[in-house]
Design a protein around this ligand. Structure first.
Ligand SMILES: [Zn+2]
Length: 136
């Protein structure tokens, strides 16, 4: 693929991803989680196939465990957990499968650092969480 063609393909792919997420959220609001999940899966497939940078809405707006779009008050509970020296954390609980995602929130510079703030998909629900729990 030429560079230009690749850019166009990425553009179209990202539009498709956005649209799929839009419909996935609509489906989740209706309570049709199966359908929502399927749409999210399609979005992931597009991103992976074309190797486009993962859109924030897909990385942050979807439950990592069950794949349902996280909508505050509908499929997710967002709560701010004040913490002492490590700064506050935003905890996102998926109301469908119970998965909890904790993100540093307003961490002061030099502590914790941006790597931690970057709740990457690869870091997963596994190792990182355990480490945090032990530290407390
Ligand atoms: Zn979930």
């Amino acid at each position: 693929m030429s560079r230009r063609l690749r850019e166009v393909a990425h553009d179209i792919a990202l539009q498709g991803v956005r649209l799929l997420l839009f419909y996935a959220r609509e489906a989740a609001r209706r309570g049709d989680y199966e359908y929502a999940r399927r749409l999210v899966e399609h979005a992931w497939r597009i991103v992976e196939k074309l190797d486009v940078p993962t859109p924030r809405s897909l990385r942050r707006g979807v439950c990592e465990r069950c794949g349902v779009p996280l909508i505050p008050g509908v499929t997710a509970r967002f709560r701010l957990e004040p913490r002492g020296r490590r700064g506050s954390r935003l905890s996102v609980t998926c109301l469908i499968c119970g998965w909890v995602w904790r993100l540093p929130y307003g961490v002061s510079k030099g502590e914790g650092g941006p790597q931690e703030a970057e709740g990457d998909r690869a870091a997963g629900a596994g190792g990182r969480d355990h480490r945090e729990e032990r530290a407390e």
